[in-house]
Design a protein around this ligand. Structure first.
Ligand SMILES: Nc1ncnc2c1ncn2[C@@H]1O[C@H](COP(=O)(O)OP(=O)(O)OP(=O)(O)O)[C@@H](O)[C@H]1O
Length: 429
């Protein structure tokens, strides 16, 4: 389990992460969402001991990363797929990481099979496409068969088959009881992959709840009503009946009406009383994307000048009021899209013992991004064909659980190498 308590990171006057408390539990995929610049990567770097918190702390299995016994075998991460020595072959890149962590060579070939890079294992990674680079980064994260995995935008650059593969891989890893923490901007993908969400905005916690609850807490259910297209006057008649009964009605593209504030049977009765024929009366719930947009619209730092935000929804007809957003009982106030951060209402989690944070002298800074832990460690899984993750693909056998790894103080496995001596010989290997 990953546990952050009061985690804060300031860069000068900029507060990148602000008093963040959450838990990432084993056995489920937890999505980590937030607009650009909201502090996701900074949080992940603090989890991996690459940035030192200004305040608060974060532990993995009860230890700060740097105090974690055998850290590269317990935690695997993909932070920046480009943090690879381009002159090295994929295999040699992984081999270097494996040797640093005492992982047997055969595991390198296993993970190359798992991520579908076996056929290009001896090619220099600088010739890799974005998607191939992501696969190599995922292979590095899986190398040590870790119980805890962090992935920052793992589907970046992947084709649809690759996205499906990553989705199945994440779920498989979680189903094996691992802790899987994954950031993404692809809401539709997150909705299919994650069961639980942690959402931040401007460094602060906005939500820590299941995907299902997140959607229902941040979007109003609505009914879609359609009358025969050839009878526009019926539409007006129905709109008048529904608004007269206290409903809110929003015309949608395509001629249907989006109705809130009235139950389906009530809409049906009102239509019947008004002598309006219906071609459709269906219940709907907003998508994760819509719920996310609603929650984060007040905390987006970078927005196109062409995006008036109101454009996310269809323009209201003249005189029509926007639909009220009603937060669930006890969560926020009318007009708020997001429930207040849990820490506002008290201490959501038990405070772990205030231990030495184990960060030594080399704390923060963006430099950590390219520093020695784009990847930490590693995973299980069995060989497979390119791009296809067979559900249930096997885990690393205990016998492969390698010789003892270096002490936790050693650099994590994913250190991007800068040695150029092998460059010319790589492709020949
Ligand atoms: N080393 C640093 N020095 C100064 N500011 C930094 C540093 N690292 C991050 N920041 C700032 O902290 C904020 C959070 O950045 P971070 O990269 O964590 O966001 P993010 O949620 O990962 O963004 P994205 O989704 O775009 O990757 C940003 O405003 C960023 O500019």
């Amino acid at each position: 389990m990953i546990e952050a308590v009061g985690l804060t990171k300031r860069y000068g006057a900029k507060t990148a992460v602000d008093d963040l408390s959450f838990r990432v539990r084993p056995g489920t995929v937890t999505g980590f969402l937030g607009p650009n610049g909201s502090g996701k990567s900074t949080t992940m770097r603090m989890i991996l001991g690459l940035d030192r918190p200004t305040a608060g702390h974060v532990t993995i299995g009860g230890y700060p990363y740097r105090k974690l016994p055998n850290a590269p075998r317990q935690v695997g991460a993909l932070l920046d797929a480009k943090a690879v020595h381009g002159g090295r072959s994929a295999r040699n890149h992984l081999l270097c990481l494996a040797q640093l962590s005492g992982i047997p060579e055969r595991r390198v070939d296993e993970v190359l099979g798992v991520v579908g890079l076996k056929d290009v294992a001896r090619k220099r990674s600088k010739g890799f496409s974005l998607g191939m680079g992501q696969r190599l980064g995922i292979a590095a994260a899986l190398l040590g068969d870790p119980q805890v995995l962090l992935f920052d935008e793992p589907v970046n650059g992947l084709d649809p088959e690759g996205i499906l593969w990553v989705r199945n891989l994440m779920k498989l890893l979680a189903s094996e009881g691992r802790t899987v923490f994954v950031s993404s901007h692809l809401m539709s993908e997150m909705a299919l992959t994650a069961e639980h969400l942690i959402v931040i905005g401007r460094g602060r916690l906005l939500a820590d709840m299941s995907v299902k609850d997140f959607i229902s807490h941040n979007s109003a259910d609505f009914a879609r009503v359609r009358v025969p297209a050839i009878e526009p006057q019926q539409r007006e008649k129905l709109t008048a009946a529904l608004t007269g009964a206290g409903g809110q009605v929003l015309p949608e593209a395509g001629g249907s009406l989006r109705v809130t504030g009235l139950s389906l049977p009530r809409i049906s009765d009102l239509a019947h009383e008004a002598d309006v024929r219906l071609w459709e009366l269906s219940p709907h719930q907003a998508s994760l994307e819509e719920a996310y947009m609603r929650m984060t619209q007040g905390v987006v730092d970078y927005r196109s000048t062409a995006d008036r935000r109101s454009g996310l929804q269809e323009p209201l007809p003249p005189g029509m009021q926007p639909l009220p957003v009603v937060p669930p009982a006890g969560q926020g106030q009318p007009g708020w899209y997001a429930p207040p951060p849990p820490q506002r209402g008290g201490t959501p989690f038990a405070m772990p013992r205030p231990a030495d944070d184990g960060y030594g002298q080399d704390g923060g800074g963006r430099a950590g991004r390219t520093g020695p832990a784009g990847y930490g460690a590693q995973g299980s899984v069995a060989p497979q064909a390119y791009g296809v993750q067979a559900p249930g693909a096997g885990r690393l056998e205990p016998s492969a659980a390698a010789p003892p790894a270096p002490p936790a103080s050693a650099p994590p496995a994913g250190a991007p190498a800068h040695d150029t001596t092998e460059r010319d010989s790589e492709d020949r290997r």
